[in-house]
Design a protein around this ligand. Structure first.
Ligand code: SF4
Ligand code: SF4
Length: 342
C-alpha cells in the first residue's frame, strides 16, 4: 500500500481510537520515565519520548507468566494448561531497534523444531506499529553497528515517520492494513514527503555517533575463552541483573512450581546470567562461579554463541544496559577493547 500522511496532532487520537477497540501497549509517562504499558480507557500514549525504560519484549515474554494450574488428587495430578487466545492486540510506538529485537527473539522462541506456544500466541495476535527515530534518542544508541537503522523497521506492520507537520504512515503487512480504517482521513504521500522522509532518515543515521566494531570481534571470541582480558571486565559489577532485565534481546527464564495445599501453578519467570545462582547445580557445583565467568558468558552469548547458532548478533544497540547500569559498565567499551586485542 502506498505511503500516507496524517497531521501530527491527529496521531494521539488515532491511537486512543484503536485502544477503544483492542488492547494497546504503548509508551506511558510516569514521573520522569516512560514505560510500555497497556493504555487505560480514554488514555493517550505519550508521544514525546526518546525511548522507553523497559523493552517491549514484556508483551510477548512477560516477566512472570503462568503456564498451567494443577491440583493434586488421589490418582496423581490434574493439569490445566493456560490457553491464551484473548484476541488481537496492538503494540504502538516501538522504536526500530526494539522492532529488530523481535526478529532475534523469534529465532529462539519460534523455531521449526521448538516453538514456544505462549510467546508465539501473543506475537501472532499483535500488530506492531513502529515509530522511526528522527534523531537517535540517546548518545548511547549504536543500532547501526549491529545491523539496525534508526528510521527503518523491518518486521513492523506499520511504520510511522515524523516529518515536519505530518507523520508519514506506511502499512507494511496485511495485519497493518487491517488498521487503515481506524486511521481516518489519510492523504497519499507525495514525492516531496517521500524525499523529506529520505532526508530525515539519512540525518538520523548521521546523528548516530556511537559506533562499535561488533562484527569484528567474533574470531577473537572464538579463540580466547581463557584470555586474561576476562579477568577485569566484570570488576565493579554488582550482579544486579538490570542490564539483562532491560535488554530487549535477553530471554533467559526459569520454570518453577508454586503450591498452596493441593493446588499450585507452574510459572516461568525471567532469569539473569548475571546472578550467582543462575548456573548453580543441585550438587553445589557452579560452572560459572564468579562474576568474571558470568560477564564472559553475557558477552560471548551476544557476540559469539548467538552468531554461531542463528547468524545474528544478539544486541540491537538500544543502549539501555549502558544507561541503566548502576556502576557504568559499558558493553560498547568492552567490545572496543576486544577489538584492540585482535
Ligand atoms: S547492570 Fe551493571 S552492575 Fe548490574 S548486573 Fe549488569 S553490569 Fe552488573
Ligand atoms: S546488550 Fe545492551 S545495547 Fe544491546 S540490546 Fe541489550 S540492552 Fe540494548
Amino acid at each position: 500500500m502506498e505511503a500516507k500522511l496524517i497531521k501530527k496532532a491527529a496521531l494521539g487520537e488515532i491511537v486512543k481510537k484503536i485502544a477503544g477497540q483492542k488492547p494497546v501497549y504503548a509508551p506511558i509517562k510516569e514521573g520522569s520515565k516512560v514505560h510500555f504499558k497497556f493504555l487505560k480507557k480514554g488514555e493517550s500514549p505519550f508521544l514525546d519520548y526518546a525511548n522507553t525504560v523497559n523493552a517491549p519484549k514484556n508483551l510477548f515474554f512477560p516477566q512472570t507468566e503462568t503456564l498451567m494450574h494443577y491440583t493434586k488428587t488421589a490418582r496423581g495430578s490434574e493439569l490445566v494448561e493456560e490457553s491464551e487466545t484473548n484476541g488481537e492486540m496492538v503494540l504502538f510506538g516501538v522504536r526500530p531497534c526494539d522492532v529488530r529485537s523481535f526478529k532475534l527473539l523469534d529465532m529462539v522462541f519460534d523455531q521449526k523444531k521448538y516453538s514456544d506456544p505462549y510467546y508465539v500466541d501473543k506475537r501472532e495476535r499483535t500488530t506492531i506499529i513502529a515509530l522511526a527515530c528522527r534523531q537517535p534518542p540517546y548518545s548511547t544508541c549504536f543500532c547501526t553497528s549491529v545491523g539496525g537503522h534508526p528510521a527503518q523497521a523491518d518486521g513492523a506492520d506499520i511504520l510511522i515517520s515524523e516529518l515536519d507537520d505530518d507523520y508519514l504512515v506506511e502499512f507494511l503487512s496485511p495485519k497493518g492494513e487491517k488498521l487503515v480504517k481506524l486511521f481516518g482521513d489519510l492523504k497519499a504521500a507525495d514525492d516531496q514527503a517521500l524525499s523529506r522522509k529520505k532526508e530525515l532518515s539519512d540525518e538520523a543515521v548521521a546523528a548516530i555517533k556511537s559506533h562499535i566494531p561488533a562484527t569484528e570481534i567474533k574470531t577473537w571470541l572464538d579463540n580466547n575463552f581463557e584470555h586474561p582480558f576476562w579477568d577485569s571486565i566484570h570488576q565493579g559489577c554488582l550482579a544486579c541483573g538490570t542490564c539483562t532485565y532491560l535488554c530487549p534481546t535477553c530471554h533467559c527464564f526459569d520454570i518453577r512450581d508454586e503450591a498452596q495445599g493441593d493446588d499450585g501453578i507452574r510459572l516461568r519467570a525471567w532469569d539473569s546470567c548475571m546472578y550467582s545462582i543462575y548456573s548453580l547445580e543441585t550438587s553445589g557445583h557452579n560452572p560459572r562461579p564468579g562474576q568474571k565467568q558470568r560477564w564472559r558468558q553475557r558477552l560471548m552469548h551476544k557476540f559469539k554463541y548467538f552468531v554461531d547458532n542463528y547468524d545474528a548478533i544478539s544486541c540491537v544497540g538500544c543502549g539501555r544496559c549502558v544507561m541503566s547500569c548502576p556502576v557504568n559498565t559499558d558493553i560498547r567499551k568492552i567490545v572496543n577493547d576486544i577489538a584492540q586485542l585482535n
